[in-house]
Design a protein around this ligand. Structure first.
Ligand SMILES: Nc1nc2c(c(=O)[nH]1)N[C@H]1C(S)=C(S)[C@@H](COP(=O)(O)O)O[C@H]1N2
Ligand SMILES: [Mo]
Length: 305
């Protein structure tokens, strides 16, 4: 996976006008309730990524990526998000960035979509033992954080999902303490692999995948990759996270993919790639160790699971 800095992308490679036309089409499709049909997703303009996935990693189908989901706000079944998330209004949308910053800011989603977008084809490993390969479109979280003046207290980043029970029928099941919350250490948040995704397969994000904007941290278990983000809070203390609050002995703050540290109720040594029959071995840091292992030098990864 080649990471290109926004400054490496020639203006001629980006076609904002087409992007805005498509965005308009998308909003109208949303208003007409057409967003469940995958061919109604509007195209984004982005810089094509170069993938260094293993030879046997090929992207999952759009069908699999959009119909086998975890998004508990819409129910706990794998098909609940694709069936229930269509009603969610994802425009207008804004993200508040506050806490340990010199001046809090509110970013409108349309402003964020004007940042240079890149394709990133990442492996995704759910803590439940299944995996996929997903061609995201987005921008590094660092590109957003670098627009803020962080204070010395900005040691962690806390994220919050939209809290709108009227459009999120799964919230009534009460499986987690809402809103869904996640967090990263500041160096993890600034890492160039850490992405804010606004699209997949070249089109805007389907609601069930976390529209209009979600985090993607490919070396961590999937639940760290929080969907439908409305708040990013800089803080000097390790943030509380929804899954850790629910079951602290099963879901730690770090949750780096690690085949040598089992979940208390199942092995993490291997995984089922959606669409495949035989399980395959799980890789340390989900195969991104050469890029991220240094973040955890000297840490006991069994203790800091
Ligand atoms: N707000 C929110 N974000 C969430 C979840 C959720 O239930 N709510 N599920 C997580 C889990 S467990 C996984 S595996 C991924 C799934 O992302 P996908 O459906 O796009 O594959 O989203 C993560 N982000
Ligand atoms: Mo997951």
């Amino acid at each position: 996976m080649l990471i290109r800095k926004p400054s490496d992308i020639a203006p001629s490679e980006i076609t904002p006008l087409q992007h805005y036309l498509d965005r308009r089409k998308f909003m109208m499709a949303g208003a007409a309730g057409l967003l469940m049909a995958s061919d109604a997703f509007a195209a984004l303009s982005f810089k094509k990524g170069t993938s260094v996935l293993a030879a046997n990693d090929k992207p999952n189908s759009l069908r699999d990526i959009t119909h086998y989901n975890n998004y508990y706000e819409f129910g706990s079944g794998k098909s609940d998000p694709s069936e229930n998330a269509g009603v969610l209004k994802t425009h207008p949308w804004s993200i508040v960035v506050d806490g340990a910053v010199e001046k809090a800011r509110t970013f409108d989603i349309d402003t964020l979509l004007r940042l240079p977008l890149e394709e990133r084809i990442y492996r995704h490993r759910c803590v439940e033992g299944w995996s996929m390969v997903i061609p995201w479109v987005g921008f590094p979280l660092a590109a957003l954080l670098k627009q803020m003046k962080l204070t010395a207290k900005a040691r962690y980043v806390a994220f919050e999902t939209l809290n709108r029970p009227s459009e999120m029928p799964g919230m009534a099941e009460g499986l987690l303490a809402w809103p869904y919350r996640e967090g990263l250490r500041i160096d993890e948040a600034m890492h160039p692999l850490t992405l804010l995704a606004v699209g997949l397969y070249g089109n805007v994000l389907p609601n069930q995948n976390g529209a209009p904007i979600r985090l993607v941290v490919p070396w961590k278990y999937g639940f760290k990759s929080i969907k439908a983000i409305v708040r990013i809070h800089l803080t000097d203390t390790q943030p509380q996270t929804s899954w850790n609050l629910a079951t602290p002995n099963e879901y730690g703050f770090y949750s780096n993919v690690n085949p040598t540290v089992d979940h208390p109720r199942w092995s993490q040594a291997n995984e089922r790639r959606i669409g495949e029959f035989l399980r395959r071995p799980t890789q340390m840091f989900n195969g991104y160790g050469s890029q991220v292992a240094s973040l955890y030098q000297g840490m006991d990864l069994r203790k800091n699971f």
